[in-house]
Design a protein around this ligand. Structure first.
Ligand code: NAD
Ligand code: ZN
Length: 265
């Protein structure tokens, strides 16, 4: 099932665009739905590959991609990492990535547009988003579990099912946050610093909002009486909380807002 091709209601688009035009600091929280139009499957919700179904190994995807399973049975975790990377291979940024990147590049200081993404596909970075926090890391960065070997790869084509370090022979892994692992401290420090500076508009785009640190910026904005917008064809954990919902795909909604703005925030 793909996201609804219906355009967002014009009155709601106008309202969101007015908020964007009047905001100095904007935070866009993004999830797998933003990459759906680049052909990447989401986990849950519209187009979700693991929506309520277990993996071939009879366990939930969250378990297969968890720190404990990686330690106990790394071949299982690597099997799904390889599957996910194969699904990402050759994907390019779509209109949603491009518009957020352009907003971030065109915003005139002190205005800033930040992206807090859970995606590990690296597409916000490829699109050129300037202020980007990839809170779950990037699949394309690999590191050894034992020594300090690190590498950046375009894809996993050359990797074996259980890849090892060219330096010391130990297991390697991508620099992504597996389920039940702690978040990278540099990314969390950057996020907290930006939240402390404050945002005057928060978007939540294409995420099922499963994690507290993904919900928190929306809750904070709400408590401060600041506007919040959700872009998602399906209702989520935060739908009842936001001021405005655009129930359509990320690309259609952002293109519509961008058109009202005349191409600049
Ligand atoms: P999720 O799969 O839980 O939810 C995706 C959300 O996107 C759903 O609410 C769905 O309704 C919505 N959606 C589907 N198509 C859309 C579209 N065209 N436009 C807007 N919204 C759309 O994803 P999540 O909330 O990001 O989940 C969390 C975990 O999944 C994260 O840990 C993330 O790292 C991982 N993940 C990443 C990718 C990726 O990097 N592309 C892909 C799948 C999952
Ligand atoms: Zn090593």
């Amino acid at each position: 099932m793909t996201a609804s091709p219906l355009p967002p209601p014009p009155a709601l688009v106008e309202r969101a665009a007015a908020w964007v035009a009047g905001a100095r600091r904007i935070l866009c929280v993004t999830g797998a739905g933003v990459s759906a139009e680049s052909g990447l499957p989401t986990y849950r919700g519209v187009g979700g590959i693991y929506d309520g179904v277990d993996t071939d190994d009879g366990i939930a995807i969250e378990e297969a991609l968890s720190g404990p399973v990686f330690r106990r049975a790394p071949e299982t975790t690597w099997k799904y990492l390889l599957q996910i990377e194969r699904a990402c291979r050759g994907a390019t940024p779509n209109a949603a990535h491009e518009i957020l990147a352009r907003w971030s590049r065109d915003a005139r200081p002190p205005a800033e547009v930040w992206v807090l993404s859970q995606n590990v596909d690296g597409l916000h970075s490829v699109a050129g988003s300037r202020h980007l926090i990839e809170i779950h890391g990037d699949l394309h960065r690999l590191r050894c579990t034992t020594c300090d070997w690190r590498d950046r790869v375009d894809d996993y084509e050359a990797l074996s099912p259980l890849p090892t370090c060219p330096n010391c022979g130990a297991l390697i892994r991508p620099e992504v946050v597996l389920f039940e692992e702690t978040l990278p401290s540099t990314a969390t420090r950057r996020l907290h610093a930006q939240l402390a500076l404050g945002f005057d508009l928060v978007f939540s785009i294409g995420t099922s909002s499963q994690f507290p640190y993904i919900v928190q910026p929306v809750v904070m904005a709400k408590h401060q009486g600041l506007p919040t917008v959700e872009i998602n064809p399906r209702e989520t954990a935060i739908s009842a909380l936001v001021d405005l919902r655009l129930p359509c795909s990320a690309g259609l909604a952002l293109e519509a807002i961008d058109r009202v703005l005349g191409g600049a925030p």
